[in-house]
Design a protein around this ligand. Structure first.
Ligand code: DP6
Length: 347
């Protein structure tokens, strides 16, 4: 009754922003993403009658070792709970309840989880977190669920988590009902040797979660226009992906990130996730491209910048980042498999 899963975070190329149904987490639009090899969550879940309530341990980010400033550790080496953690705990319990219901189980669980990156900084910790939790809990209760069923279930915990279940390059079809809204692989992780160099400009937890941000999307003047134009954009984006045309792909990618943040900044209340370092990198990327370097940026719900380039551009992008002083905290990713069961338990 114990299982451990490892699930990648994913970077959204076409973003999910706005829900048709809050509770079911049905999105307003389709989205497309890539799983990340070095930004992931590992979660062990054990169900047992020895537990009298659900227990959680959010371990500090031992893999990157960066969380000390924001989540001070107790003597036991476990991170102290922040207000945000308490909220997340409620979400985790709800997710466990969904899985217990399917398995017809009344057992409580112990959940231990750790990330390879700082939580709540726009690197989709809820995506990798809920994907890993869903897979581990389902396996611990011996449920035999298909990839589609796992994706649907993960989506109920956090929308973007449904994209961390399938491998590689993934599309999430919005659907009109819960059973229609799931993600599947467009191409596996070996399809295109893209690099996603995440520049962590801020390890701090963001003040407004993306869940909260989604709620106010309709107050942006531009949201309707975005939705009207998205089907055509997605078509062009998928064509560029199919043809591995990095220039068209990159232009659409950047436009999409700027559009997402335009919506965010024009919502009420407005959401400003960027900081001055974010802006600095955006401008540098434009300069580098003028110099002939094929590299593009995208940004999710946070200030950190994802630099997308081909494998052969990786070295020079790293040199450029070094020259510009942005080298302290990088996570260099390749496309990755989706959530998988692993043998090594966290407890
Ligand atoms: C900007 O999946 O975190 O990263 O469903 O409320 O958990 P909830 O939202 P979440 O939203 C992610 C928003 C985004 C874009 C994306 O990943 O597509």
């Amino acid at each position: 009754m114990k299982a451990t899963a490892k699930a990648p975070a994913n970077i959204a190329f076409i973003k999910y922003w706005g829900k048709l149904d809050e509770k079911l987490r049905l999105p307003c639009n389709d989205s497309i993403s890539m799983n990340l090899s070095h930004a992931f969550t590992i979660t062990t879940v054990e169900f047992s009658d020895k537990y009298h309530k659900d227990e959680f341990i959010f371990m500090s980010n031992v893999i990157l070792g960066r969380s000390e400033a924001t989540t001070p550790e107790s003597d036991s080496g476990q991170a102290r709970m922040t207000k945000q953690d308490v909220k997340e705990e409620q979400r985790v319990i709800k997710q466990l309840d969904r899985i217990r219901k399917i398995a017809d189980s009344k057992l409580f669980a112990k959940v231990v989880t750790k990330n390879s990156f700082p939580k709540g900084t726009g690197i989709a910790s809820s995506a990798s977190g809920f994907a890993a939790l869903t897979l581990a809990a389902a396996a611990a209760l011996n449920l035999k669920l298909s990839e589609k069923e796992l994706s649907i279930l993960a989506r109920l915990g956090s929308g973007s988590a449904c994209r961390s279940i399938p491998d590689g390059f993934v599309e999430w079809k919005s659907g009109n009902t819960s059973v229609e809204s799931y993600a599947y692989s467009l191409f596996d992780e070996n399809y295109w040797d893209l690099k996603d160099i995440i520049v962590l400009v801020s390890p701090e937890e963001k003040k407004t979660s993306s869940s909260k941000g989604h709620e106010n999307v309709n107050s942006s003047l531009f949201f309707k226009t975005r939705l009207a134009n998205l089907p055509d954009k997605i078509k062009r984006f998928k064509k560029a992906l199919q043809e591995k045309n990095i220039n068209i792909f990159g232009e659409l990618l950047e436009g999409e990130a700027v559009e997402l943040h335009t919506i965010m900044m024009t919502q009420s209340p407005p959401l400003f996730y960027w900081n001055s370092a974010t802006m600095d990198i955006i401008k540098k990327v434009q300069d580098w491209r003028e110099q002939g370097l094929s590299v593009y940026f995208t940004i999710d719900a946070g200030p950190n910048v994802h630099l997308i380039c081909g494998k052969k551009e990786e070295k020079i992008v790293l040199v450029k980042l070094k020259e510009s002083g942005h080298v302290d905290n990088l996570i260099i990713n390749s496309p990755a498999k989706g959530a998988k069961i692993i043998d090594q338990h966290l407890f």
